[in-house]
Design a protein around this ligand. Sequence first.
Ligand SMILES: NC(=O)C1=CN([C@@H]2O[C@H](COP(=O)(O)OP(=O)(O)OC[C@H]3O[C@@H](n4cnc5c(N)ncnc54)[C@H](OP(=O)(O)O)[C@@H]3O)[C@@H](O)[C@H]2O)C=CC1
Ligand SMILES: O=C(O)CCC(=O)C(=O)O
Length: 488
Amino acid sequence: MTVQTQVKTYNNYINGEWTPASTGEVEKSMNPANKYDIVGYIQKSGIEDLDKAVTAAKKAQVLWRKLSGPARGEYLYKIANALERRLDEIAETMTREMGKTYPEAKGETARGIAILHYYAGEGMRKIGDVIPSSDSEALMFTTRVPIGVVGVITPWNFPVAIPIWKMAPALVYGNTLVLKPAQETAVTAAKIIECMDEAGLPAGVVNMVTGSGSVIGQGIIDHPDVNGITFTGSNQVGKMVGQGALARGAKYQLEMGGKNPVLVLKDADLDLAVDATISGGLRSTGQKCTATSRVFVQSEIYDAFKEKLLAKVKQIKIGDGMHPDTWMGPCASESQLNTVLSYIQKGIEEGATLLCGGGKPEGKEFEGGFFVEPTVFENVSPSMTIAQEEIFGPVLALIKVDTIEEALKLANDVQFGLSASIFTKDIGNMLSFINEIEAGLVRINAESAGVELQAPFGGMKQSSSHSREQGQAAIEFFTSIKTVFVKA
Ligand SMILES: NC(=O)C1=CN([C@@H]2O[C@H](COP(=O)(O)OP(=O)(O)OC[C@H]3O[C@@H](n4cnc5c(N)ncnc54)[C@H](OP(=O)(O)O)[C@@H]3O)[C@@H](O)[C@H]2O)C=CC1
Ligand SMILES: O=C(O)CCC(=O)C(=O)O
């Protein structure tokens, strides 16, 4: 058991001030690799705190939107510099707070910096088009205006990248915002906001209120002065965000679950496919919406693929993400661990064959943490719960298929459509996959979990609200188009 001395308490950030919650309540944020290690205390805010933050954001909007795009971009460069100076420390906080390995956390923080650079540049790019009018003496063009105050509701699985890929475009296009991060990773979020504070953003442009989703998240959904909500998280909450926003005419954007397939065809480079399946399915302990969860393998190579996969999965080193030998950290929370274990149990009960893993690893070093073994099933039929629902854990389902047509049909037979990969050398198969697979992110000879910040990201079917985030696609959510007709 670690003995804690001096654990810091993190406040809300409202109108440029670090402010304790009006409720007087705080909650602890703990290390999922060792629940006795407290990372920090965070505010358990009430609606009054949210109201103050929204009021501040609304007031700040008036001046922020009037700054030029390049001037707003300059602030983003300054935030990037602050984040860069604190990269190691923030990555370590992320690892301690949600469990992903330190190299992964460093990579994600570096990605946050790159996202800030990208959107800083966006401040200099065009925001409209000239369109020929039917009146030859008139000038017709489009321009874009910010949507106003944006509510940003984020999950715990990418505690730096997701808040930044929502906040950076919101800011550069002239919006002000209130961030409600997941409670599990609110200390990491507070450190991002510290970088924003350090960059000298005008008071009220960015605000952060921590607290439970059902109070602060719901408060954002319902608040009449929040003009748009950008959300990443579960389908259940996403639907509530969408319905609530629609009911009061606010704009919304939802990124939710995935049940991402990988197809491994008989001509695939098997070593590549095995490595990509492991990386796509098990890194971050499978807690990515783009994680591989169903693996369709053509019958001719099924046994060879399975053998290679199992040999490598069995070598995976589980442990505290700060330990240099660890390849896979714990689940982010006890409830996430219990969810994963209950899905594994369902898989067994519904008749799938457990090939490896399936439980908590044994040993003293695992006792205080939320660890689960990397798990592989076979004989998984399409109707089983583990073939249909998002598990959000290190669980792979192997499914034998005879043809690409069969694989495509089964791969599409789920409610989600976020990301999908195929391993093949045949151009015809690649093209069939590109045309037929129902996914917003289509990857050929590459793992399912790979998102590039300069490209649109989002899913089909129930994976998203059919909008796209990141890259230039972000402008669609964070601005409204004005079509202007001018006649002298
Ligand atoms: N697609 C993705 O990227 C993600 C998918 N998931 C999926 O969701 C499952 C559950 O994870 P979980 O973190 O609980 O996801 P949630 O959808 O519950 O959480 C996402 C965000 O929404 C907030 N929230 C919770 N309830 C409400 C509400 N009623 N109104 C508004 N906001 C709310 C959360 O706050 P708080 O956490 O503080 O309560 C958090 O900030 C996972 O097992 C996984 O399947 C989870 C994370 C990311
Ligand atoms: O795979 C990624 O990099 C991003 C995935 C994501 O957005 C998520 O898991 O919520």
